[in-house]
Design a protein around this ligand. Structure first.
Ligand code: GLY
Length: 383
């Protein structure tokens, strides 16, 4: 590990956007940090659409998660500007809001119920009739029943953010599997190299975290000459889809949600799980109904990754209770919100490490809210 005089030796296991953001924050706090991941930013971060959409993602009963998301959203402009300045890389943060679209009256009724919930929670949500919707985004089908505008939602390109974080972290990121032991981490399988650490951070998404399960998401990337300019999130005859425009002309179409208790050998490669015919067909059918102009779009990429879902859909951020000279903390289980929640997670994790005041919105997301929140000792935490 890279070791300086002042800081703690910290091993972060997992180099997705959350692990990298935590590592960066800890480096800036003066610690000696190493990140271990065989494929940094190659998991859920690679598939993520990058919607910074606490409003668009919120659901009834998730008020604490909504507050955490709103806190993190407010940190994004500073987080992005600072990262761009230090890395010299553009992360494509866009602040043009999002449109929720209802395909029929029933879909719209559901959207309007969600919009009323958001307004009660302090999120601006403006109802739009069909002409107003199509004036804002002419590429939306004339069959849409109406929609809701969320002017404060943002989006970012997670691949660019990860690449900027990897640039600033440099040689601190090691392409290696690691598992936690009492006083550090062990690399590779079996009797690999032992790396001592004072603090271990499990940022493995779902792998090796009790109470966190994989929820498969499939995503299609296309290039269209009839693309919307804002994020669209549609419910179309009960099917859901979102479409996120990138400034390089790509559209990210996502995402399925499938519970996969374990990845069977037939549907996984070393590059991650494989998409399914049904999942991709449903996504594209719904996207084409929403945006008829994408019928002739070029398909650039189809991929599947597992999101880390916790029992209450909220992340686990904070210390794990275990014996050993090294303290063990977790920053995982971010489910649909890894990109949105990266800045507040990094701030909260750093506060837990250094004994500082944890942001108020993150205090109820410590892992001790679940019973037995310990690491599965016989599972590889970095798969
Ligand atoms: N946050 C978008 C998704 O999980 O599909």
């Amino acid at each position: 590990m890279i070791r300086g005089a002042a800081g703690l030796r910290i091993a972060v296991i997992g180099g997705g956007i959350v692990g990298l953001a935590c590592a960066d924050e800890l480096v800036r706090a003066g610690h000696d940090v190493s990140v271990f991941d065989p494929s940094p930013a190659g998991g859920a971060t690679r598939a993520a659409a990058g919607m910074l959409a606490p409003g668009g993602e919120a659901w009834f009963g998730e008020e604490a998660l909504l507050a955490l998301g709103l806190d993190s959203l407010s940190r994004w402009p500073g987080f992005a500007a600072d990262l761009e300045q230090r890395s010299g890389r553009h992360v494509d943060l866009r602040q043009d809001g999002a449109l929720l679209v209802g395909g029929d009256r029933d879909d719209l009724t559901e959207l309007l119920r969600a919009a009323a919930f958001l307004e009660r929670s302090g999120v601006r949500a403006d109802e739009l009739d069909r002409p107003a919707l199509r004036r804002l985004e002419p590429s939306i089908s004339g069959r849409a029943a109406g929609g809701v505008r969320l002017p404060d939602d943002r989006h970012v390109d997670p691949r660019r953010v990860a690449s900027a974080l990897l640039a600033v972290l440099g040689e601190r990121v090691l392409r290696a599997r690691a598992r936690p032991v009492a006083d550090g981490v062990v690399l590779g399988g079996g009797d690999g190299v032992h790396v001592p650490a004072d603090v271990i951070v499990l940022a493995t998404g779902h792998a090796g975290l009790r109470h966190v399960r994989p929820v498969r998401g499939e995503v299609v990337r296309v290039r269209s000459c009839d693309a919307p300019t804002r994020v669209l999130r549609a419910t179309w005859h009960g099917e859901r889809v979102y479409v996120v425009p990138r400034s390089d002309g790509e559209l990210v179409i996502g995402a399925t949600e499938e519970e996969h208790p374990a990845t069977p050998q037939t549907s996984a490669t070393s590059d991650g799980p494989l998409p399914t015919v049904g999942g991709v067909a449903r996504l594209l059918d719904t996207a084409r109904a929403l945006l008829p102009g994408i019928d002739t779009a070029d398909v650039v990429e189809v991929m599947a990754r597992d999101r880390p879902g916790s029992p209450d859909n909220g992340p686990l951020i904070g210390p794990l209770d275990r014996q050993g000279p090294a303290r063990l903390l977790v920053a995982g289980g971010h489910y649909r919100g890894g990109v949105l929640l990266a800045p507040v997670t990094a701030a909260a994790l750093r506060a837990h490490v250094d004994g500082l005041e944890v942001p108020a919105t993150a205090r109820c997301f410590t892992p001790d809210r679940f019973k037995y929140p310990t690491h599965h000792r016989n599972e590889d935490p970095c798969t």
